[in-house]
Ligand binder design. Structure first.
Ligand code: ZN
Length: 409
């Protein structure tokens, strides 16, 4: 009997209960938000709350006065948003997101998607915004899923495809990164060959790491079909060393150095990277030794103008405990150029090694006088990101091969 009574009462008063609860929840938030909303534009926030509060207040009033029909009509009004109100919702959602209040942005966009009386283009826009909320909030799986949902409705969405490219590159899923770059190259105007080449090189690198040299070489050939990037050439150099193709390796090294002398230090650092557990390890390092000897013996005046080439030679000579040779090489260079602080640091170290402490002190003083800004070794030419690590893809602006060596500090 009690249950039946409750159910009937519930049916009779459902609208009242819902209206009162919504109104209470709404006013609770309104009071809380009013004081908290410092950074977020008050104009947008208030206009939404005004609209909502008017509707809910009216509806509640009608219910209290027993006018059910008008109450229902008022609730329908709340759902029947005009174009302007929807724009305000989008603006508010975007503001919440840029303000870092991701959960609020998500709930606004979710509520828009759930409405059944909006146009398909509005729903698509809301879905896209929702994906961006997840993306910004670091919910990678949900972001990917939602971006893909957007593409299911409309594939011609360059910014969405680009976001998927960025995510897959971030997490190093090179198969998917490749697929979406290809998609982007079909939809967009911009040529994606360079980036696709980089992605295939990354894929090839992971095969190399696993000792699958043959598969790596094949993937690398694909990369060259799109564009001959520096990282592709360095990996090819490593493959040549594995295969024992020394003449090819020497030719390619010379070609690389002539094209990009500033990458000389990266090239040798990259060549040193060879997993201890891989097969052919001893052969690899023995051949690398031959390649280094070839590099140290190169007589090429153009190449010797590059501080990166000099620095690479100095490091190789020091590795071989040939401090005297290193000193002679750098001494000549410093007297003719001398404007690179990075090389000056090397110079001071070598002066100490060979016992010329007075000179070392003199150069240390002049170096310290010039030292004021960042000491990171590399930076991004696009966005200025600083790092001591080598990065082929800038972690900040996501551009490829923008790395620069900092010669002057
Ligand atoms: Zn950058």
């Amino acid at each position: 009997m009690d249950y039946l009574f409750l159910i009937n009462w519930g049916k009779e008063h459902a609208l009242t209960v819902v209206a009162v609860v919504i109104t209470l929840v709404f006013f609770y938030h309104y009071v809380i938000e009013r004081d908290k909303a410092v950074k977020l534009s008050k104009k947008y926030r208030n206009s939404i709350f005004e609209v909502q509060s008017r509707i809910f207040l009216n509806a509640t009033q009608y219910l209290i006065s027993g006018n059910k029909d008008l109450a229902i009509k008022e609730f329908l009004n709340a759902v029947d948003l005009n174009r302007e109100t929807i724009e305000t919702y989008f603006a508010l959602g975007g503001l919440f997101r840029s303000n870092g209040e991701i959960e609020k942005a998500i709930s606004i966009h979710r509520s828009l998607i759930a409405r059944d009386n909006i146009s398909e283009s509005t729903r698509l826009q809301a879905l896209k915004e929702l994906a961006m909320d997840f993306d910004k909030g670091g919910f990678v799986d949900k972001a990917v899923e939602t971006y893909k949902d957007v593409l299911k409705i409309n594939r011609d969405q360059q910014d969405v495809i680009f976001s998927l490219c960025r995510i897959y590159e971030d997490i190093g899923d090179w198969d998917q990164a490749y697929n979406y770059r290809i998609m982007l190259s079909k939809v967009g105007q911009e040529n994606q060959s360079e980036t696709i080449s980089h992605i295939l090189v990354e894929k090839a690198k992971s095969l190399f790491e696993q000792g699958q040299f043959k598969a790596c070489a094949e993937e690398l050939e694909d990369a060259f079909r799109f564009a001959p990037s520096v990282s592709a050439k360095i990996l090819r150099l490593k493959i040549f060393l594995v295969q024992g193709k020394m003449e090819d390796a020497k030719g390619l090294l010379l070609e690389l150095l002539k094209e990009h002398p500033m990458y000389a230090t990266f090239i040798f650092v990259s060549l040193e990277g060879f997993n201890q557990k891989l097969p052919l390890r001893d052969e690899y390092f023995q051949r690398l030794g031959q390649l280094k000897e070839y590099f140290l013996g190169l007589v090429d005046l153009d190449l010797m103008e590059s501080p990166s080439i000099i620095l690479s030679r100095i490091r190789l000579l020091k590795d071989q405990k040939r401090n005297g040779d290193a000193f002679e090489l750098l001494d000549v260079w410093m007297k003719n150029h001398g404007d690179s602080d990075v090389l000056k640091v090397e110079y001071i170290k070598i002066l100490i090694e060979v016992g010329k402490t007075d000179e070392a002190l003199h150069h240390t003083k002049s170096l310290l006088n010039n030292l004021h800004s960042s000491l990171s070794r590399h930076y991004c030419s696009q966005c200025g990101f600083n790092s001591d690590e080598i990065f082929w893809r800038c972690p900040q602006c996501h551009n490829w091969e923008t790395i620069q060596f900092r010669w002057k500090v």
